[in-house]
Design a protein around this ligand. Sequence first.
Ligand SMILES: [Zn+2]
Length: 216
Amino acid sequence: MTTGQPTRHRPRSRATRILLILAAVVSAVAVLAVAVVAVLLLRPPGPRPIFQMPVACGETWQLGTYPGHDDFDVDLFPTEGESWGRPVLASYAGRVTVAGINGSLGGRTPEDPDGPRGRGGGYWVKIDHGGKWETQYLHLLEPPLVRVGQRVEQGEQIGRVGSTGNSGAPHLHYEQRQGWQKVEAYFDGEPSGITHDDTEYTVNRTSNNCGTETSR
Ligand SMILES: [Zn+2]
């Protein structure tokens, strides 16, 4: 069908052609990027690393949870001696992805243990162990001893136990994650038994995080 109007094909200018090519290239790169991200997200996680307890070799600590904590969250208290300042160790080798403040610090210190509570995790560290496995360590006493991007070995000290953030008493709040999901913490290949926060639950375990000497 014709309208009687002659169709005029105006030759595209050089600038228009370059723009069209650029647009095509940009879309191709965007599609590729989305595909890469999708593949990374859908990739199955790697095998569970043999995590060790995040505290000194040979020490026995109480692992516990309570209603309202959150499923799989583990709070650690030493069965002997003070909690304040105890070394916090990397559960497994990896790369530090967070080392800073979560929420607000508050004012709970060894000198003022009942000082104002902060919010969230206080000083905290997150380590990427590869294969989508991560661990995190909350309520540290002082700024973490590691920085983002740093490679850490299993057993390397990353901080000290404190009570920053939303913490009632000095302790270490600890999580193991697979992708975005928290999972039951395993230590030395054994499940911790801490799977839900329906009831208060505690269990004592002795750390076998003995591979590397504490660096500080
Ligand atoms: Zn906790």
